[in-house]
Write a protein that binds this ligand. Structure first.
Ligand code: ATP
Length: 302
């Protein structure tokens, strides 16, 4: 049974179809990345899933929840631009949020201490939030989002505005949290999604154009090319390469030869065997794989 099921979810703003009949199932314990360029519909999707805005049509159902139950107790949400009371300390802020989530004073204090440790802010408990770095604020934001032990944590572009250190800290924190809860986060940075997520949902113009693990996507869209440079004229070797059984195409570009093949390992073997046997004056040999960005473009244009 899926933890969360989304059926034909749609949001229209006047004449703009921001989210267009999407269907998703989230299994417990997964970390899912919602990927898409600006305006793809990521924020709108997350806001509908977390109950912050109403869909135009379609349905979001949570395992074991009735139609009139308040789903917000199952969800922790970190918006793209979280707002903090910057004059509070991290500890004061979390206790305040805990009280808003109906925890008793003792529970809120206990949970705050646990969370400050979990998100690595124990040394900054008494520092005002206004003095926190971007990465510290984001980690505090994650702590406030999970103060009530939600089953699903949803984060909107959690690392987009961070410097490399802040980004690293937040991605490592997500790695830790995914042991305990289901995570859905949006991003337009494919390498971040690749790093921490188990599954990807590719959103484009409000539609899910592809889904699966990064390995699934690589298998489906990634192609490899072997790039060869020679001391002398590469055309001399092109004919031999074209005759090798596993080579698909072989073309010349900027005085280098580019070879495509379905089975790149076999092609490599055949090329290097010919090169050794015929003593080719090879100056470089490398395998180039489709970048993550190209992979996304291929999926979108599929
Ligand atoms: N309140 C609104 N009123 C009208 N149009 C909106 C509203 N919110 C979003 N949109 C439009 O809906 C589309 C999807 O927006 P959304 O913010 O969900 O995309 P996104 O993928 O989160 O983009 P970004 O990465 O830029 O935040 C965009 O074309 C946006 O202009």
């Amino acid at each position: 049974m899926s933890l969360l099921t989304v059926n034909e979810l749609t949001k229209r703003y006047d004449d703009k179809l921001a989210v267009d009949h999407i269907n998703i199932q989230f299994d417990p314990g997964k970390c899912v990345a919602l990927i898409g360029p600006n305006g793809a519909g990521k924020t709108t999707t997350l806001r509908m899933l977390s109950g912050l805005i109403k869909p135009t049509s379609g349905k979001v159902s949570f395992e074991g929840m009735g139609q009139h139950d308040d789903i917000r107790r199952l969800i922790g949400y970190l918006p793209q631009y979280p707002i903090f009371h910057t004059w509070m300390t991290g500890k004061e802020f979390l206790i305040y949020v805990g009280r808003l989530a109906f925890l008793s004073k003792e529970e809120a204090t206990k949970r705050t201490n646990e969370l400050l440790k979990l998100v690595g802010l124990e040394d900054a408990v008494n520092k005002r939030i206004g003095k926190y770095s971007g990465g510290m604020k984001q980690r505090l934001g994650i702590a406030q989002a999970i103060i009530h032990h939600p089953k699903i944590l949803m984060l909107d572009e959690p690392v987009a505005s961070l410097d490399p250190i802040g980004r690293r800290d937040v991605l490592s924190l997500l790695e830790t949290l995914k042991q305990e809860m289901t995570i859905l986060f949006s991003t337009h940075i494919l390498s971040d999604a690749d790093e921490v997520s188990d599954e990807l949902l590719l959103l484009h113009d409000g539609k899910i154009v592809e889904s699966g693990s990064m390995d699934d996507l690589r298998q489906k869209y990634q192609t490899s090319e072997i790039e060869l440079a020679f001391q002398d004229d590469p055309v001399t070797y092109q004919k031999t390469l074209e005759k090798l059984p596993s080579i698909g195409t072989c073309y010349l570009n900027k005085n280098m030869l580019f070879v495509t093949a379905e089975n790149i390992q076999q092609a490599r073997k055949e090329i290097l065997t010919s090169a050794a046997r015929e003593d080719w004056p090879l100056t470089s040999y490398s395998i180039k794989r489709t970048s993550l960005e190209d992979l996304f473009m291929k999926a979108v244009n599929n």
